[in-house]
Write a protein that binds this ligand. Structure first.
Ligand code: S3P
Length: 430
């Protein structure tokens, strides 16, 4: 499906967005593991989260839907049912990687598969630490899905220093360590999103080597009643659009402001973005609040290396902000972008070049500058939701608008993107 976007002159009004995808995945997983009834409100309606739910249904967990509530009847410690057939994770890296940590501690064999994009993404980053804990996981020859996970009676605690800055890998190890009496310690030199630690109430300690995370069976999840705050990664598209369209003033309500996710706000503020937090509070250990965005003149800045894992999902839309800001946009130390839902460095550089911008591609990033000199460019989504939405934002900032090919992939994180846009007041040039 080709989706056309017109130039947006200004945006105004309030926006309510669905629950954070990362928190929703974890809320569903931990509720499924706990024994008894849990309630998850404002759960993300992303396809990725639906993949997690469908895997847990196959493991014997019951889900009931009541307005904006999901009621989950969790199975309790090591009480999942052997699934009938493969567990299909769709496009979702979080589903596949976190499930591998959980399933290696069960007493039955399981197989995790995924779609074409997920089947190309690296899985040895979870298989290697889990197998070093005594798990029995076999990946494909290329180190990808499918993962065949056999029961193991050799699972033991681990003292593991993270090799990649990845919340998915960290969480996979935590999920398996939750099944062991003795304590495992995970050391994270560079912080990544910490929703797993927060939801499970894990003890953490700052040391010279990085953050130490302590986990054992005593942290095994119990039932929860949680309202998931809105997704800052989804909000980021509207934040950039609001900053760069003229005379805009929007309020995005009840957004997760977890400090491992708000790097996008700090970078945009340091670029001159008028972003203000209102009604800040803490719920279920997670900070949240309303974000007000007003039109701003932006200038490019150096992006600190240590912030890369924090903004990893927002780099596509941040680079769009960079294109419309003064100076050159440059990002390095971000080679992880090459192994996301698409090779995001290649996807961004190709789309920028096709719009007539000057681009230099590096192994671990790129720089982009100049002016768009193609009328109504057609951008490719590469089947990647964040690329599709980033170039939707770019199209809405171009006088003649632009088109996005294969826009339907946005449902991976935000099926309601077009409706949310329509719900905001805006003046557009058609
Ligand atoms: C996620 C972690 C990040 C992020 C992904 C969601 C999570 O991946 O890019 O969209 O929910 O844990 P990595 O941890 O692999 O960097």
């Amino acid at each position: 499906m080709i989706q056309n976007f017109h130039y947006v002159e200004n945006l105004y009004g309030q926006l309510y967005l669905p629950g954070d995808k990362s928190i929703s995945h974890r809320a569903i997983m931990f509720s499924s593991m706990a024994e008894g009834k849990s309630i998850v409100k404002n759960c993300s309606n992303a396809d990725d989260v639906k993949s997690t739910i469908s895997c847990f249904k196959k493991l014997g967990v019951q889900f009931k839907y009541d307005e904006d509530k999901i009621i989950i009847e969790g199975r309790g410690f090591k009480n999942f049912l052997k699934p009938d057939g493969e567990l299909y994770a769709g496009n979702s890296g979080t589903t596949a990687r976190l499930l591998s940590g959980l399933l290696c501690a069960q007493s039955f064999e399981s197989i995790i598969t995924g779609d074409e994009s997920l089947s190309k993404r690296p899985m040895m980053r979870v298989v290697e630490p889990l197998n070093s804990m005594g798990a029995d996981i076999i990946a494909s020859e290329k180190g990808t899905l499918p993962l065949i996970i056999k029961p193991s009676n050799k699972l033991h605690p681990i003292n593991y220093k993270m090799k990649v800055a990845s919340a998915q890998v960290k969480s996979a190890i935590i999920l398996s360590a939750l099944h062991l009496e003795d304590e495992s310690i995970i050391i994270e030199p560079v912080p990544t999103r910490n929703h797993t630690e927060k939801l499970l109430g894990l003890k953490t300690e700052i040391s010279d080597e990085g953050t130490k995370i302590f986990v054992s069976k005593k942290n095994y999840p119990t039932c929860i009643d949680i309202t998931v705050p809105a997704d800052i990664s989804t909000a980021a598209f509207f934040i950039v659009l609001g900053l760069l369209s003229k005379d805009s003033n929007i309020l995005i309500e009840n957004v997760s402001l977890n400090e491992t996710r708000t790097g996008i706000l700090s970078v945009l503020k340091s670029m001159g973005g008028k972003i203000f937090i209102e009604n800040e509070l803490i719920e279920n250990g997670e900070k949240k609040g309303d974000i007000r965005i007003m039109s701003s003149d932006l200038k490019n800045v150096d992006i600190p290396v240590e912030l890369i894992p924090n903004i990893i999902d927002e780099i596509p839309v941040l680079s769009i902000a960079g294109v419309f800001a003064d100076g050159k946009f440059k990002i390095t130390n971000a080679k992880e972008l090459r192994v996301k839902e698409s090779d995001r460095i290649k996807a961004l550089c190709t789309n920028f070049k096709n719009a007539g911008l000057n681009v230099n591609e590096f192994e671990d990033g790129f720089e982009v500058y100049g002016k768009v000199n193609v009328k109504k460019p057609v951008f490719e989504s590469y089947g990647d939701h964040r690329i599709a939405m980033a170039f939707a934002v770019m199209s809405m900032l171009l006088e003649e608008g632009g088109d996005i090919n294969n826009f339907e992939c946005v449902s991976v994180s935000n099926p309601e993107f077009l409706n949310q846009l329509a719900a905001l007041g805006y003046n557009s040039k058609i």
